[in-house]
Design a protein around this ligand. Structure first.
Ligand SMILES: [Fe+2]
Length: 360
């Protein structure tokens, strides 16, 4: 295998990202008001999220900065931060609908877990992150660096924690470059398949685990997919090969590189912030948090996973996880165990609205 360093805009360091804030933007007053009005006009408290259409939301002056932010995440530095969503003009349910409206304009939202839910409230619901069926987003634990299971993830912040809950992002391309420079043998090991647990959320046609290399290339691009928690829990499943000492050394070194201060960018999301990440080139993490006592002040973010219309081809080795590697297709997500006719109809309708191919 001959691996070479990749110099792309996504191969940033903490210093270079901080030096050029072109990946961040703050919405102006007109855009903020327009978004709030779009949501309040369209909102019907009786209507499920899946029944809304893209055309129900006229995003107005916010359209352009939002599209630029998604573009930066998808094709530029892999990360974007939009500040100033109208958190102060909306309650939590309305803010959730605003997140959904933005998602409907960005692509086809994907299901995210066992319940095949398309929207996840990121809050401490008492989940044990390290358990066989554990998920980080519903716990208050410090999370390992990982990728989410879709092309793009967006996270909007309604309330921050009393303490902690900081968000960390590292470029997987920059991490790969460093590993390649220091230990090319370990970088090469990460291009071989590893086995990840589906955390007992698999659909009927899926196995409890799947193979995926941590890095792979396709059409000259480097892709990364990593989740230590799912790698560890897979080791307890029947049929999963035991990790070799060399593989363990490679993953340990990757994790240590991801936390090197010159590569890791650390941010504290404020109410009204939206973070957008391209999971193929960014790895993210979060610190443990302590919550407020009052329910209305507890940490609350909304998370969407998106298949965008202008996605690129994925490596063949991504097929078990994404179910399609073709560019511009409805792919990724965690199909889960409640993917029914209504969800399938939503996927088809939304794909058609946005001009994407949906093969069920
Ligand atoms: Fe995540």
């Amino acid at each position: 295998m001959s691996l070479t360093a990749m110099e792309t805009p996504a191969a940033w360091t903490a210093a270079s990202l901080a030096a050029d804030p072109g990946w961040t933007c703050s919405l102006g007053e007109q855009a903020r008001r327009g978004l709030a009005q779009a949501v309040l006009r369209a909102r019907d408290p009786e209507k499920p999220l899946l029944s809304y259409r893209r055309a129900d939301f006229e995003l107005g002056a916010a359209m352009e900065p939002l599209a630029a932010a998604f573009n930066e995440a998808k094709h530029g530095r892999g990360i974007a931060l939009v500040r100033g969503l109208p958190r102060d003009m909306l309650d939590a349910a309305e803010f959730e609908l605003l997140t959904w409206a933005i998602g409907l304009h960005a692509g086809v939202p994907r299901p995210q877990g066992k319940a095949s839910q398309y929207m996840s409230a990121v809050r401490d619901a008492g989940t044990t992150y390290r358990s066989a069926g554990g998920r980080g987003y519903s716990s208050n634990a410090e999370l390992d660096f990982h990728t989410d299971s879709a092309d793009v993830v967006l996270l909007t912040c309604f309330n921050r924690a009393k303490a902690g809950g900081r968000s960390m992002v590292t470029s997987s391309t920059a991490a790969h470059n460093r590993l390649l420079m220091q230990r090319p043998d370990l970088a090469e090991a990460l291009h071989e398949p590893f086995y990840f647990s589906r955390q007992a959320e698999q659909a009927d046609d899926e196995s409890p685990f799947y193979p995926n290399p941590i890095f792979d290339t396709c059409e000259g691009r480097l892709f990364s997919k990593w989740n230590r928690n799912r790698l560890s829990t897979a080791q307890r499943l029947e049929g999963v090969p035991a990790l070799t000492p060399h593989q363990l050394e490679a993953t340990d070194m990757l994790d240590s590189i991801l936390r090197q201060p010159d590569l890791m960018y650390d941010m504290d999301l404020q109410p009204g912030d939206m973070q957008i990440l391209n999971n193929h080139v960014m790895l993210h993490s979060r610190t443990h948090f302590e919550d407020h006592e009052e329910p209305s002040r507890k940490r609350l973010l909304f998370r969407l996973w998106i298949a965008p219309p202008d996605s690129v081809r994925l490596p063949e080795s991504w097929l078990p996880a994404y179910r399609s590697i073709e560019p511009g297709t409805v792919r990724g997500g965690i199909v889960g165990q409640a993917y029914d006719a209504a969800r399938r109809a939503f996927d088809g309708r939304q794909a058609a609205d946005i001009g994407m191919r949906f093969v069920c």
